[in-house]
Design a protein around this ligand. Structure first.
Ligand code: ATP
Ligand code: MG
Length: 214
């Protein structure tokens, strides 16, 4: 089986928490590539602080040295609210050889709300899931997500879709929210994001204003 990682997020901005997690998951699962899919209009949160083009530019700078990482602007080109189910439906025909599995990657915080996602049952008919540990997620998940996990948990994917794998990864307590808050206080995100991303943030003076001023 061939595995293609789908790494969705707001990436506002991308940081080493995203990058290291993607690398470790790619290596552990044996993925051929990881596609970074920035959302256009997030469904469960407010408008991003910077434009889709700027978030894409930062992803491109962050991943340029890793040939198995790709920027996929599918949600930005589609516009409107970014439902992952639509993205997977759109990607599926490109990987319809019968032996390629799309593997949707998400942190435990995201998986904890998975059953509120638009047409989540359909997502499980289009992709496998990897749930990555994240600092602060020690409580794990509960409710419908926990039951779903009990039914579908595997340590290795044996099917093209519908299975869920929980993966421990190096725990990096980095978040875009904390980076944005730091920058507003005048603290640049040195060593939390790649150097060139920092340069880009400085060059365009991103994240300096209060969110409601942007
Ligand atoms: P924000 O604080 O704005 O929500 P974030 O740091 O959580 O930003 P997102 O773009 O929301 O980043 O996250 C995209 C995906 O990456 C989510 O599935 C999230 O769980 C995961 N992720 C983000 N940061 C980390 C991290 N440090 N370790 C592991 N996974 C992470
Ligand atoms: Mg987040």
């Amino acid at each position: 089986m061939r595995f293609i990682g789908i790494n969705g997020g707001t990436f506002d901005p991308i940081h080493y928490g995203h990058l290291r997690a993607a690398l470790e998951v790619m290596q552990k699962v044996g993925m051929e590539q990881v596609r970074f899919v920035p959302c256009y209009q997030p469904v469960h949160r407010g408008t991003p602080s910077v434009s889709a083009q700027q978030r894409c530019a930062m992803i491109a700078l962050a991943i340029e040295a890793q040939p198995q990482f790709f920027l996929d602007t599918i949600e930005i080109e589609r516009g409107g609210p970014s439902f992952m189910v639509d993205t997977l439906r759109q990607l599926k025909p490109h990987y319809a050889d019968g032996s390629t599995s799309l593997v949707l990657m998400m942190g435990m915080d995201a998986y904890g709300k998975f059953c509120t996602w638009h047409q989540w049952q359909e997502i499980l008919e289009l992709a496998n899931l990897v749930v990555m540990h994240r600092p602060g997620d020690n409580l794990g998940f509960a409710g419908q997500e926990a039951r779903l996990f009990q039914q579908r948990a595997v340590t290795q994917f044996s099917q093209l879709y519908g299975q869920i794998m929980e993966l421990p990864i190096t725990q990096l307590a980095i978040s875009s929210t904390a980076i944005r808050a730091d920058i507003r206080k005048g603290i640049p995100p040195d060593y939390l994001t790649p150097f060139r991303v920092n340069q880009y943030i400085q060059k365009y003076a991103l994240y300096r204003a209060q969110p409601d001023e942007q």
